[in-house]
Design a protein around this ligand. Structure first.
Ligand code: 13P
Length: 261
């Protein structure tokens, strides 16, 4: 059972899907399905063109808005990019180090570090994604990979803001329909927590929230939510369906209420 002191956080990463009218409908449906849920935090991450629409649509509710990407410089001649400073006032969270950024766009650990620090410097909350490739899991190097990615992302930081969220997203589970088993997800989340505790402090490790991501759906969410070190989910495909996403959020809210009882 998850620790009652950590409020679960569920993110909906829409990736590059939808149209503007579909986004408006989905925001409306999400608001109807989710608004008023106070047991957990929920962060909706639409594509960049609709971030402001999302912020407006959700402004009077409890749902928060996150960006999917950021550039690490504050401003400059970087065509097509957006800085964390520019996102201030529109979003509360920013995804950093997502496997698609790392593996499709070739982002390095060093760039992830720059982005991570720029988000913290701007006063926004990073959701830092880490996770191993299938070959790395098969080679038994999962924990080494997580340690390397986390240490690289934390380079230069003396402390970690307690609001920071870390998403354990095994690459092989993303978009594959093959979610990690709750045991595998728990083992990796526990490893992430230990790495954070060793790098910063016991209390940071104990307070930081760790999400699992990779083929989360309404059917597997409850078992994942029941794991002691999993404090939420980062949801891709299933976040594009309001009722499915609401079920996932409901599973984490339920697990949290049980942990408090
Ligand atoms: P899926 O839920 O579609 O597997 O995507 C997970 C993910 O990458 C969330 O960031």
């Amino acid at each position: 059972m998850a620790d009652a002191t950590r409020v679960p956080i569920v993110g909906g990463n829409w990736k590059m899907h939808g149209t503007r009218s579909h986004a408006a409908e989905l925001l409306h449906a999400l608001r109807a399905a989710l608004d008023g849920i106070t047991d957990i935090e929920i962060v909706i991450c639409p594509p960049t063109p609709w971030l402001a629409d999302a912020t407006d649509a959700l402004s009077e509710g409890t749902l928060q808005v996150g960006a999917q990407n950021v550039h690490w410089e504050t401003e400059g001649a970087f065509t097509g990019e957006q800085s964390a400073a520019m996102l201030v006032g529109t979003v509360s969270h920013v995804l950093i180090g997502h496997s698609e950024r790392r593996h499709v766009f070739g982002e390095t650990d060093e760039q992830t570090n720059h982005k991570f620090r720029s988000v913290i410097d701007a006063g926004l909350t990073p959701i830092l994604a880490v996770g191993e490739l299938e070959a790395e899991r098969e080679a038994g190097t999962t924990e080494d990979v997580l340690r390397r990615q986390l240490h690289a992302a934390f380079e230069g930081l003396r402390t970690l803001p307690i609001g920071t969220v870390i998403a354990y997203e095994p690459v092989w589970a993303i978009g594959s329909g093959r979610a990690a088993t709750p045991e595998i997800a728990q083992e990796a989340a526990s490893a992430v927590r230990s790495i954070v505790a060793d790098r910063f402090s016991e209390s940071t490790g104990a307070l930081i929230r760790i999400q699992y991501g990779g083929s989360v759906n309404a059917d597997n969410a409850s078992d994942l939510a029941a794991q002691p070190d999993i404090d939420g989910a980062l949801v891709g495909g299933a976040s594009l369906q309001a009722s499915e996403f609401a079920s996932i959020c409901g599973a984490f809210a339920h697990a949290h209420r049980l942990s408090e009882a």
